[in-house]
Design a protein around this ligand. Sequence first.
Ligand SMILES: [Zn+2]
Length: 186
Amino acid sequence: MATNAPILSYYDPKQPLTLNVDTSSKGLGAVLLQNDKPIAYASRALTPTQQRYAQIEKETLAIVFGCQKFHHYVYGRQVEYKGLKLIIPTSLRKEILQLIHEPHMGIVKCETRAREFMYWPGMMPDIKDIVEKCETCAVNNKEPMITSKLPDRPSSKLAADLFQFKGEHYLLTVDYYSKLPEIETG
Ligand SMILES: [Zn+2]
């Protein structure tokens, strides 16, 4: 866990981003790096159930958590995905669904975001199911402002790649959209 946070750098839209995750017995953390410098942090405590997870499950949870927390770097833009996808183990699917669906943006946005970096057999029907049963999503999707919520954002292109290197998982993205980071402290 990052307890002594160094000074955060500004986000340079022309530079690639790296997501690095960290897990401990009690919590998980995600840091978004650019040129080896942190630009945003997020961390959260694990529930007693999650604390008993295998290491790989905690790491998977941390990656999805990181993607969720830093979604404003990738969200609402055209994403070109290539390379390995994160295969979500059965034991984690229910809470991953909750995470991915947290902003209550409806089925299409949920699916788009999920497809960017993760997979399991039947993921799309599972997403459809959770969104259809959600009252907040139903309300949000009746608001025309929600679907056109990002008119000030240029439709720039972004390339993303999730990969594993020396036992660590990374999400590497490159985009051309200029925006200063929101600092997430969890
Ligand atoms: Zn919802």
